[in-house]
Structure formats: C-alpha cells, structure tokens
Design a protein around this ligand. Structure first.
Ligand SMILES: [Zn+2]
Length: 319
C-alpha cells in the first residue's frame, strides 16, 4: 500500500502554537519503522489548475503571493510563510496521489491532509486548501477527459469537527456526497449542511459512536452509490483530545476505521485516507491512533489483493 508524506515542509510557527506540526514527522518515522508493507513516497505538488477546480483564482493568488490580510491569516491560524504555501500544496497533492493509487490498488494514504475547514474563497481552522475537494474534482475531471462518466465520490469525514468547507463546496453538486460525523458543540460553531450530518453530544463514547456511524454509512449507501471514497480519519474524537469533546477509546477508533474499510471493501470501493485532526494531550497517543488507521488500511489492502489473486491466476491459466 502506498502512503504520501509532506513532513519535510515544516511551518515556522510561534512558540506555544497549538498546531502539532511534529506529529507528521513522528507518524512517517513510525510507518517507516513498523509497517514494512507500506511504500512511502514524497507528496507531489498540487498544480494551480487543480486548486482552481475548487478555489477562487483570487484566493489562490493571495495565498501564493503572501497577500492574505491579517484577518485571513488569523482565520487560518497560521502566519503566512513560503513554507505554508509549499506544505499546503503538497498536502493537497498527497490526497490527489492517494486517490490515484487507491484507484489502482484499493487503499492508499496521505500522512497529512483532511483540511476540511477550507472553503472555495477562504481558509480557516488550520486549513489553507481543501485537499479532499480538490482531489475529488481532479478524479472527476480526469475521468471526463478520458471520455468516461463523472465518477460519484463520497467524502466520509470522521474528524470530530464538522467538514464545513467541504459541505459548502459541494452543496449544489450531486456528484459528491458529503457525510460528516462530528461533535455538536465543537468548532465550527456555525455549521454548514452536508448531504448527511450526524451531530454527536459531548462525551459520546465508543458504542454510541459506532452505532451512529453504522447507521450513517447505511443511509449514505442507500442514497448514493460512490465509485471512490475519500476518508478523513481524524484522531480527534479520542477521549484525551484537547479540542475534541467526545470520548472514544483507541479501540473504539479501530472499530470506527474497520467499519469504514469493511463497508468499502464489501463494495469494492477504492479508499483514499487522510489523517485530518488530532490534538492529543500526549502527542504519542495521537500518532498511535493515526498509525493504527494506516495499519488497518494496510491489512484491508492486503486482504483485497489476496481475494483478487485467484482471478489473476485463473486468467493466467488460459494464456
Ligand atoms: Zn478536527
């Protein structure tokens, strides 16, 4: 299974900034050390024309040239820097690359991404460009260029914060289904309308969460038949997350990931996974949760490859 990283591009943040920049390097190092079946590749840069399928030209220009005003930078939560531009483009490029790899092999991962608070016209909440939205539009545009039908895409957002930017971007686009499970009293305090929103109360634990997710996935698949699934596997529903307010255990998060992966595998759906948020009091726990997601995806990837092997052998017999 392939995984794309962008942690070489580190933002210069003021001391005490609450964004856990080092989690990306820690995660890549642990994938490298502990998951030998995961092939790591540096994330490519998303091109301007790819960003422009989602973001307004004026906003892209202001990000690239450092012309964001103080209010816009405050809303994003990062001071502008060249590194911020590079990292934001790489993070989007990683999700596009993960989508391509998933379409080939079933599952693939962006070791960052999940920047779902970004709208077409502005960034917010540590999100400059919306990686899942740009990747979804890239897959659709590329299919149309090949003369194929527009592939319907599901964005399953299980970060603890609502995917407000993603919901707004696809509000009038029936070819992309947005599902968001989030804490009702979490940021963003003014929510958008996804195709399916499930707002969970503070303190929601494993069983209630899994029941809600199971119902939401069933509803989504009744209403929509995706060709590709983009999964935002935020670590921030965990009980010890500083920004989360829910109470999932590490085991509960494994059940969550497995539920998504088995639902997708049962439908033979390619899955591109992004890490999204994770602000644990102990950063190692956040990295453990992200690593667990990748490990479960690698197992699901292996199982899918094995189950397709007999077909390959059978056709080889006839050659
Ligand atoms: Zn989050």
């Amino acid at each position: 299974m392939k995984a794309f990283y962008s942690d070489r591009f580190v933002l210069p943040l003021p001391a005490g900034h609450r964004f856990p920049m080092q989690k990306y390097r820690l995660l890549r190092e642990r994938v490298q050390a502990e998951l030998p079946n995961v092939v790591l590749d540096e994330a490519p840069i998303a091109a301007d024309f790819e960003l422009a399928r989602v973001h307004e030209a004026d906003y892209i220009e202001r990000v690239l040239t450092g012309a964001l005003d103080a209010r816009e930078q405050r809303e994003i939560g990062f001071p502008w820097s060249l590194e911020m531009v590079e990292r934001s483009r790489r993070s989007v490029g990683a999700t596009i690359a993960a989508c391509h790899a998933a379409c080939q092999g079933g599952f693939a991962v962006n070791l960052a991404g999940g920047t779902h608070h970004s709208y077409g016209s502005h960034g917010a909440g540590f999100c400059v460009f919306n990686d899942a939205a740009v990747a979804a539009r890239a897959l659709q545009a590329e299919a149309r260029e090949r003369g194929e039908r527009t592939p319907p895409i599901a964005i399953v957002d299980l970060d603890v914060h609502q995917g407000n930017g993603t919901a707004a971007i696809f509000q009038n686009d029936p070819s992309v289904f947005t599902l968001s499970l989030h804490g009702t009293s979490n940021y963003p305090f003014s929510k958008e309308i996804s195709d399916l929103d499930v707002a969970l109360p503070d303190g929601c634990g494993d069983d209630a969460y899994i029941e809600a997710l199971s119902g939401a996935l069933s509803t989504m698949f009744e209403r929509f038949e995706p060709a590709v699934l983009i999964y935002l596997a935020g670590a921030d529903p965990h009980v010890d997350d500083r920004l989360g307010r829910l109470a999932l255990s590490v085991e509960g998060l494994a059940r969550r990931d497995s539920l998504v992966f088995s639902a997708a595998a049962g439908r033979d759906l390619p899955v591109a996974i992004t890490m999204a948020g994770g602000y644990g009091r102990d950063i190692d726990v956040t990295v453990d949760i992200h690593l667990q997601t990748i490990q479960l995806a690698a197992v699901a990837f292996g199982a899918r490859r094995d189950s397709s092997a007999p077909d390959t052998l059978r056709s080889a017999d006839f050659i």
